[in-house]
Every structure is written in C-alpha cells, then in structure tokens.
Design a protein around this ligand. Sequence first.
Ligand code: ADP
Length: 489
Amino acid sequence: LNYIKRSLHLLTEKVYIDGEWVTSASEKVFDVLNPANGSVVGTIPDMDIHDTKKAISAAADAFETWKFTTAKERAGILRRWYNLLVENQDSLAKIMTAESGKPLHEAAGEVAYGNSFVEWFSEQARNVRGEIIPSPVSSKRILIDHHPIGVVALITPWNFPHAMITRKASAALAVGCTCVIKPAEDTPLTALALTRLAEVAGFPKGVINIITSGRNNAPAIGALFCESPLVAGISFTGSTQVGKILYRQCSSGIKRLALELGGNAPFIVYNSADINKAVEGAIVSKFRNCGQTCVAANRFLIQDNIYDSFITALLNQVEQLKIGDGMQPNIQLGPLINDAQFHKVSELVLDAVSKGAKILTGGKPASQLGKLFYEPTVLTDITEDMQIYSEEVFGPVISVIRFKTEDESLDIANGTQRGLAGYFFSEDVAQIFRVSNKLEVGMVGVNEGLISTAEAPFGGIKESGLGREGSHHGTEDFTYIKIQQVDGG
Ligand code: ADP
C-alpha cells in the first residue's frame, strides 16, 4: 500500500544521494520545460561538482557491500523494481511526454521498452558465469570469474529519458556495480521518477544515486566522473562530440568507457523491395520521437526502377501524419526538444534547398502549433555538397538520394564515419545476405524499421561508439575478468 501511495508522487524535485532526497548545497535550481508549450513541468537542483563528489563517495562506500551480495539477491531487487515500473507505467509515460514532447503512446512504448531491460537484467544477473580452462600443467586449473568494476557513472540523453537509463543501470546493478546517474537536463523528471521506484524496490542506500544539473555544469561533472579515482567506468549515450571529450578525459585514469553515440543510418530500398513494407519501415524509423533517435533512418537511398512508386506511396503516408501536443490523442509527431534542435533542423533544410534540393512536402516550421514544431518533410535531389547529406538531421526530415546499382548504394551507405544502424528493403535472398554483410554498421534491419529489443546487443562501430548494451553482452562493460591459477599439487 505504501508504494502505491508513493507512486502518486512520482514527480519529484529533489535528487537522490546516499539514500536521501536532497537539494544542491548551493540551493541552485533550474526549470524543466514542456517543449510543446514552454510551461514549467518541474524545478530541480542544479548540482555542481561538490554535490557530485558526495554522490560518488556514497556509491563507493555502498560498493564495498553491494559487490558481495549474491546474484540472487540483486536479481530479486531488480525484479521488484521492474514490477513497480510496470505498475506505474502510466504515470511514468505522462511525466515523459510532459518533459520530452513525445506522443503519449510513444512514451508508453518507451516505458515498456525501458522496463524490459530491468526485467532482462534481473534474469541475466544469475547467468553471469565463469569458466574453467585447462592448464598446460596437469596439476593446475585456471579459473575465470567476472567481477563488478566498481562505481559507474551513467550519462544519458533526452531522447529516451527512461530506456537509456535502465539499459545501463540495470546491467550495472545486476553484476554488483553501484552507480551515479546524470540524466539530460531536458528530461530529468522521468529519471527521478525511476529512481523513486528503485528506492521503493529496496536497493540499499548509495547503490543508486542520481544527480541533476543544467547544461552549464555538465562538462565539469563529466570531467569529475572521468578523473575521480573512485569511479571505475563511464557509460555515456549522447552526441559524438561529447563522446570524444569523455574518451580523451578517461585516458588519464584508463577508465572503462562505453559509448553509444550518433548514427547516420542509411535506409535503402532496392528494386525488389515490397513497397508497403518499405514505406511502413520508413515511417516508423524516421518519425519515431520526431526523428530524434540515433538509429533513425537518415539517408533514404532509393533504386531507380522503384523510385517513383516508392515516393508516391511515401508521400501519401507522410501527408497524413498528425502533428501536435503529445498529450492529445492520436498525435504521431510532437515538437522538437529545444531551440538548438529546432534551429539545427531548420538550417539543414534551408541549406539543402539553397543548393537545389526539392521540397515534396513540409519544409517549414509548424509555428501555428508552438515554437518547436516542424512539419514532416520530404526532400529529394540531395547532393553531396549539402550538409544534410552527411549530418544526422535528428528531426522529421526525409532526404532522398536516387541510385542505380547495389555497389553505388553501398558506397554511399558506407561513406561515413558513423556506423550505428542501417536498414534495407529487398525480397532477393542473395541480396539480403550480400548487403547485410557489406553494410558497415553494428545493427542491420532487413525489411524492418525498428530493431531494438532487450535480447539483442545494441551498439555501433566507427565513431558511433564502443561496447554493446542489452543482450547477454550488456553486462560486459561493467565487469572485469579475473583469473585464478590453482595448483592442486
Ligand atoms: P545532445 O546534443 O543530444 O543534447 P549531448 O551529448 O550534448 O547530446 O548530451 C548528452 C548528455 O551529455 C546530457 O546528459 C548532457 O548534459 C551531457 N553532457 C553535455 N556535455 C557534457 C560534457 N562535456 N561532459 C559530460 N557530459 C556532458
């Protein structure tokens, strides 16, 4: 009963350090705004490095006991957390829509997806096993064991306010690490709500800590995480630019680092494709979260023979998309998250149009709805000199490139330093294996526009990152291998 009462108060304006809900020592705060209408959703602590040091030392103290708990104990607490997250899914989704702008049905989808990692890692906790390796000396045995690395700092972005936290935290907690979470400044309220439920689930004090800060303090907090000898590893999801800063900073202490950075996903439609599947895939891959996902299709490569019919079918769907405040029913596209994102999208479109791109639909702000809304857009005649050709747009803009041969499509698809997701549509089995094999990415969707699930390892190559999240590999970033050589005499 107690936890049901508390779930009504999931919206919280304090942070959680060492088992206490506290404010910043400086008493500074910042507002979290609803991107659909600019209203204040919450006002929360703007923590600095002094506050962060307390969170790190609480996590370090807690690690001394948490690391010796059994996998069964950790699995039990994670399972309780999962059950609470499920019981409170509606209220989590509403908080998420209020601060992120994503439509409520999408927020509910993310809550289910985010929760699934807690469930998954509650099960994985007891499946992290060692090995015995034969020694070259007959009396000896080599034993391999996986140990938690220690305190981990988790830095997350605003586009998936729930799942980016649970995908990291539940893996880390499952293997016996303790954590300090720093959510994005745009969407910290979902993160605080998750933490409230973690507290109720029964994690001992100091095992989970969360600090919030405005954008100004984020670099100093990031540097502290990288440099503090009490932190063993960092797991970051966000921009490639910040990922590179963290990589550099982690070199001083040779910290473990997991990075999930930007993508530049190709979406290729071959002549043999099933057009309906391809259009459906294009819509979910591009317009989920208003195009603000790192696995969003970014470059649409359409083969010659199917080009006209694909574009006609696509336009038909795009023109029906309903855009508005995500709290309203039947909305498919919410606002962009903030001014910086809005300007980036507008400028990429203006740049493309000034260099000869054609707008088939959209191509401008939907200012009648609010200042951060942008119309779903289709641009064709995209050429290499346009910024949108090589940059991740992170908005509701489809940019189309026409190609003739499979080799040409692969050259374009792979001609980037990013390598996260890639999608293609083909009904030709030989082509399916050939193209999958050649795409330089960590995740391929074949005749599919949505590929993330707790069972599958998520991650990229090239400048898209290091490590894999989710799946049975998702604990590897949080453990180290220790060997023991035993001489039985
Ligand atoms: P985006 O451009 O999508 O906001 P960022 O990479 O800038 O992505 O932000 C992702 C997360 O990284 C956020 O939590 C943000 O506060 C944090 N962040 C921003 N700058 C730094 C930095 N220099 N060091 C550590 N974290 C940072």
